[in-house]
Design a binder for this molecule. Structure first.
Ligand code: DGY
Length: 325
């Protein structure tokens, strides 16, 4: 029997690619950069399944270009804001994602960023490499403390909770704003975002990107933060209004920011954020540990294969496709 035809939009880790190749007749995009929209529209034509990355926009036009035989879209990410899910649901196409397995890597990296910004690690390294290190000095490159400081988590899902667990080890007080999550790891819920911003020395974002969170961090939000506060974003770039952030950092309205995600990605090299010493920026690598990326590839492959077999995806973001109204 002929194997199902699939398009894989980038070379993923062998842990997943082997599964895909064993079960499918797979075309794997070999470029280091994502396929262009034009190429995507052409490559998906006639496929039974699509394994895509967060860099690929999946919408009605693309699903229609694939054709009515398309059975599944498997997104190699936990976030799925690159997929217009209602378009997939309207066509009864299940969309898979990769929750759970990148929680620890992302929480670890959130802490790495938080500490880098607080203790000015990238700035200190630039200082050293520029030959400015002349002696030990009592007031050189002073940063922020953690013990007894308040960490405010905006969103208390899996990753937020894993960050709270780490913060407990640093003797931090942890508060969170998320109406849907029960307390864990000693973290306390607050009634409003305003209260969280008023009380937090560190504010870390753990919300999905959607219409209500796009540019949630704007001038008003930043204006409510403490002047010593540090903002950390490992969620999605567009949650932050970068112009407002630039103004807040430039004027020292807040102490620093640390971003793993930007808007757009990659961040243009002429972004004003890159001129600031108090802004640490990483190229969207919070989940970039070997084991995590292997697990993501494996889960993305398993979602794809389940969809091709007509089985329920292990992780489906639009389960409505299984219970049509
Ligand atoms: C995800 O899976 O959504 C992450 O942003 C990738 O690191």
């Amino acid at each position: 029997m002929a194997k199902p035809k699939v398009f894989v939009t980038r070379i993923i880790r062998d842990a997943g690619l082997t599964l895909v190749n064993d079960f499918c007749d797979a075309e794997v995009w070999q470029g280091d950069l994502p396929p262009s929209r034009e190429v995507m529209l052409e490559k998906v034509r006639g496929v039974d399944g699509l394994l895509c990355l967060l860099t690929d926009r999946i919408d009605g036009e693309l699903l229609d270009a694939a054709g009515s035989q398309l059975k599944v879209v498997s997104n190699h990410a936990v976030g799925f804001d690159n997929v217009v899910v209602p378009d997939a649901t309207a066509r009864r196409i299940p969309v898979g994602n990769t929750p759970g397995i990148l929680t620890d890597a992302t929480a670890d990296f959130t802490f790495a960023l938080l500490m880098s910004a607080a203790r000015r690690v990238p700035e200190a390294e630039r200082y050293l490499r520029a030959g400015k290190w002349k002696t030990w000095g009592p007031s050189i490159l002073l940063g922020a403390d953690f013990v007894n400081k308040t960490l405010g988590l905006v969103g208390f899902g899996r990753i937020g909770r894993a960050v709270a667990k780490r913060a407990a080890g640093f003797d931090m007080r942890v508060i969170y704003y998320d109406r849907d999550s029960a307390p864990e790891h000693g973290a306390t819920p607050v009634d409003s975002l305003d209260q969280l911003l008023r009380e937090s020395d560190f504010v870390s974002l753990h919300t999905p990107l959607n219409d209500s969170t796009r540019h949630m961090v704007n001038a008003d939000f930043l204006g409510k933060m403490k002047s010593n506060a540090i903002l950390v974003n490992t969620s999605r770039g567009p949650v932050v209004d970068q112009d407002a952030l630039y103004q807040a950092l430039k004027s020292n309205q807040i102490f620093a920011a640390a971003l793993d995600v930007t808007d757009p990605e990659p961040l243009p090299m002429d972004s004003p954020l890159l001129t600031l010493e108090n802004c640490v920026i990483a190229p969207h690598i919070a989940s970039a540990s070997e084991k995590t990326r292997d697990d993501m590839a494996r889960l993305a492959a398993n979602n794809l294969i389940a969809g091709l077999k007509g089985e329920r995806l292990p992780h489906c973001v639009n389960p409505d496709v299984y219970n049509p109204k």
